[in-house]
Design a protein around this ligand. Structure first.
Ligand SMILES: [Zn+2]
Ligand SMILES: [Zn+2]
Length: 426
């Protein structure tokens, strides 16, 4: 089994509190868990590993993750008051493990969180590449840059099928590099006088690294606002992935520094109530109070569905005299997606030349767009489907529709249990 993630209930604005956590109902796998040899985590994003603390008791199989993902998983499990999976096997990028009928090789791939790995799944007569989430990044800031030669080497023995990220398949062109975003942050922060807050997704450790670079370039010191940022930065430091150029200070000390020496990195770019940015907007944050002359930089995109809460956040900050620069509203490259746009997908298919493409991640139109790019780039068969479909690769490839019963579970925080909320094939 590859990955086991969560999502959040839609329509954030309908709720006074946080949106509920939702995840797939794993019962069809749990019923045959004796046949399950392992769960592989490709990277430390919530939509790939966030359900492990909730569902591992149902699966009870060995879990494989890189040191960074394993460290974050342990901390998130403790945070959610669940025991960590046992055994949790740490795998170094590049390693191969035999799991059941497969030899699995973890292949580092560029994405928006450290140590993301694609998986090469080999059995006697077939080679499958699962891309995980990925993009082409020649300057990823953390980790090795994208190397066409390395992927060509892997493709040289032939790839039967590629299971491929579709998230940005509808976007033409290419995504910018993390390095470009870092350059833009340095340029912007060095031009500012007052306190600066850079808001980003906590899991993007490369972005946090770039915030430290901007602080170094502008004579500022850095404090982290948000528990998930603490978890990510500490885990990255322990895994040897994070090298700040300026010392990190306790966020409680930010309020005592001269304005021009303050840089805070904060979570809450989607307007989440109770997150650091929301508290800064409400002026209820215990460590920092913003006002006239200060700047908040959103080094993030607005996730569809969150437009209203983000707008409220921006307007609330501006009403208090704070300058706001949002990546969605400026020509400067203040955010880079971690997913491949159309030209990057075309590159991957041209390099790997698989016989079959199986687009995953994203909604139906994204997967269809990915399939069309695959066909245009010489892939003979592209199979698309929905949750619960069974994809078979031999003797001739196809899809058995609605093969498994699927559904969605939601966390009931008060009762501390999971409830089934949506019928099958959602
Ligand atoms: Zn993802
Ligand atoms: Zn991801």
């Amino acid at each position: 089994m590859v990955d086991c993630g969560i999502t959040f209930e839609q329509n954030l604005q309908d709720h006074r509190g946080r949106p509920a956590i939702q995840m797939p109902d794993p019962s069809f796998i749990a019923r045959q868990r004796d046949l399950l040899d392992g769960l592989i985590i490709t990277h430390a994003h919530e939509d790939h590993f966030g359900a492990v603390p909730y569902l591992w008791q149902e699966l009870k199989c060995p879990v494989y993750a890189t040191p960074f993902a394993a460290a974050v998983l342990r901390k998130k499990a403790a945070w959610r008051r669940a025991p960590p999976p046992e055994p949790l096997i740490e795998v170094f990028p590049g390693d191969t493990h035999t799991i059941g009928a497969f030899d699995v090789t973890w292949l580092p791939i560029t994405h928006s969180t450290p140590e993301t790995c694609a998986l090469l799944l080999e059995s006697d007569d077939c080679r499958i590449l699962h891309t995980a989430d990925w993009k082409i990044d020649s300057r990823p800031v953390i980790g090795a840059p994208w190397s066409p030669d390395a992927w060509q080497g892997i493709a040289s023995q032939g790839i039967d099928a590629v299971i491929c990220d579709s998230t940005n398949a509808l976007k033409p062109g290419r995504s910018p590099t993390e390095g470009e975003v870092g350059d833009a942050l340095v340029k912007l922060v060095t031009s500012l006088k007052g306190r600066v807050v850079i808001a980003c997704f906590a899991s993007n450790v490369a972005r946090v690294q770039s915030a430290f670079r901007a602080a170094h370039a502008s004579g500022r010191r850095v404090g982290l606002l948000g528990r998930s940022l603490d978890i990510m930065v500490r885990s990255a430091k322990n895994a040897g992935l994070f090298e700040p150029k300026v010392p990190l200070i306790e966020h409680e000390h930010l309020g005592y520094l001269p304005e021009a020496e303050v840089l805070a990195v904060a979570t809450g770019t989607q307007g989440e109530i109770g997150a650091a940015l929301h508290r800064l907007m409400m002026d209820t944050h215990p460590s920092l109070s913003l006002g006239e002359g200060d700047t908040v930089i959103f080094s993030s995109k607005t996730i569809p569905g969150n437009e209203e809460s983000v707008l409220r956040l921006i307007e609330g900050l501006r009403a208090r005299g704070v300058s706001v620069v949002h990546a969605d509203e400026t020509h400067a490259t203040l955010h880079a997606s971690g997913h491949p746009c159309a030209d990057e997908l075309a590159d991957l298919y041209s390099i790997l030349k698989p016989k079959i493409s199986i687009p995953v991640h994203g909604e139906h139109p994204h997967m269809e767009a990915n399939a069309a790019i695959a066909r245009k780039n010489g892939v003979a068969v592209a199979l698309t489907g929905q949750n619960g479909d069974l994809f078979y690769l031999s003797p001739s490839p196809g899809v058995r529709r609605r093969w498994a019963e699927v559904g969605r579970l939601q966390v009931d925080e008060k009762a501390r249990k999971l409830e089934r909320v949506v019928a099958s094939n959602d």
